[in-house]
Design a protein around this ligand. Structure first.
Ligand code: ADP
Ligand code: MG
Length: 408
């Protein structure tokens, strides 16, 4: 008997919803593309390239647009015999210093077998080896450093590279550095001298809104999903959720892919809204769990207090009331209570993680105060809590109260 049988009832090309897929077409980024092309124009004109710095939240198309444009540039440049363009692309996600980035680049440019070890050299030696490799290439070299924010404050290479020609480290090669960052703060925290050169041209990618995300999803669904296999409203649902949360196309695509997987696992031939809703609560639950793993015991108890208030239909609710609930949970757990101030800080952290939302109320003479409520479905939160907190009878009671009150 065969155990595995090909399904493919829903997906025509599931990989097209995955991370490594490169779309043929970029939607909704015409302005950014125009500005980007402008910044790259000197390469085609035969001059020294600009240094370009691209930033924006994750999932807003920075990598996709960059790869798309650089492919285009590399093919268009072949029309000009006097330009030799080499593009070197490095994702720095796992590299957390200039030193590591430089070693990685040297080894990328060297023949196999000739690599240098990733420790043991003075930094300047590695930089010099890098300049030698770059000089050997000649022509115009565009160095793309994606997710460059992971090097943090160890940003010396970003100072050295753009100055390599001025400092006579490079003569034959014209170099341009294209840095891409998910972190807005990274730019501001760069050494001012680095800012001046690296950020010669700056491009900001804003988050997508719901209609933009829906178009992106539609163009991807055309490739990834069988005709007629996605019900009306599903793409809009995924787009709206991602727009409200992060404005990330990645988030919207992940949601759609998971909805498709849910549909296939139920042997459906069409992705229905209910599949998307299941996918949403699964992703949300994962996010809450991820956030909760980072929390201390008291952070978790503070969250459970809000979950408990939610079950009783008593949210939004003020810090004071959350605190009382928290104190009684501490008692059940046999833990000492923290002061109200510290619990307030935990609530603020939970808000940063997107697990709680808060509204500010004005109350005249007594000043302002915050009211908290869950920002994720009750069921996702309670499931996640029962996985990480050892308070089973209490959690069961809260779950039952929630059930009684029809909270989902
Ligand atoms: P970033 O690099 O900003 O984190 P990506 O470029 O990796 O984001 O985009 C995340 C996902 O969304 C990728 O699968 C990408 O192909 C897709 N995507 C993002 N923006 C667009 C767009 N404008 N048109 C088509 N696909 C897009
Ligand atoms: Mg990226």
């Amino acid at each position: 008997m065969r155990r595995f049988e090909r399904k493919q009832n829903v997906f025509a090309n599931k990989d097209a919803l995955g991370e490594s897929y490169q779309p043929d077409q970029i939607e909704e980024r015409d302005e950014e593309i125009e500005e980007y092309m402008h910044a790259l124009q000197p390469i085609i004109d035969g001059w020294e390239p600009n240094n370009v710095f691209v930033y924006g939240n994750t999932g807003v198309g920075k990598t996709a647009v960059t790869e798309f444009l650089l492919d285009q540039l590399q093919s268009d440049v072949t029309a000009y015999d006097d330009i030799e363009l080499s593009v070197i692309f490095l994702n720095c996600k796992t590299l957390n210093s200039s030193y590591q980035v430089a070693v990685e680049l040297v080894n990328k440019l060297r023949q196999p077998g000739n690599e240098i070890s990733s420790t043991g050299y003075p930094q300047q030696t590695v930089f010099n080896k890098l300049f030698d490799e770059l000089e050997a290439i000649g022509g115009t070299v565009l160095l793309v450093l994606d997710e460059i924010d992971s090097i943090g404050k160890r940003d010396e290479l970003l100072y050295e590279l753009p100055r390599a020609r001025a400092h006579d480290n490079l003569e034959e090669t014209k170099i341009g550095v294209l840095g891409i960052s998910n972190d807005f703060k990274f730019r501001d925290e760069l050494d001012p001298r680095v800012q001046d050169t690296l950020c010669e041209r700056e491009l900001q990618f804003p988050p997508y809104d719901a209609p933009e995300l829906e178009n992106i999803l539609q163009s991807r669904a055309d490739v990834a999903i069988r005709e007629g296999s996605v019900a009306d409203g599903v793409l809009g649902f995924c787009a709206a959720l991602a727009a409200r949360d992060s404005g990330s196309a990645r988030q919207a695509l992940d949601l759609l892919r998971l909805a498709g997987e849910v549909a296939e696992s139920e042997d459906a031939t069409c992705i229905e809204l209910e599949h998307a809703e299941q996918a949403r609560s699964r992703l949300e639950r994962e996010r809450v769990e991820e956030g909760m793993r980072e929390l201390t015991t008291h952070g978790r108890l503070a969250l459970l207090a809000v979950v408990s208030k939610t079950a009783k239909q008593e949210t939004p609710c003020r810090t004071r009331a959350v605190y009382d609930e928290y104190a009684s949970l501490c008692e059940s757990a046999g833990t000492d209570t923290l002061a109200q101030r510290s619990v307030h800080n935990h609530l603020a952290d939970l808000r940063m993680l997107g697990i709680l939302s808060a509204s500010e109320n004005r109350s005249g003479s007594r000043g302002n105060y915050y009211s908290y409520e869950l920002n994720v479905p009750f069921t996702s939160a309670i499931e996640a809590m029962s996985d990480v907190l050892r308070l089973s009878p209490e959690i069961e009671t809260i779950r039952e109260i929630g059930l009684m009150n029809d909270i989902t």
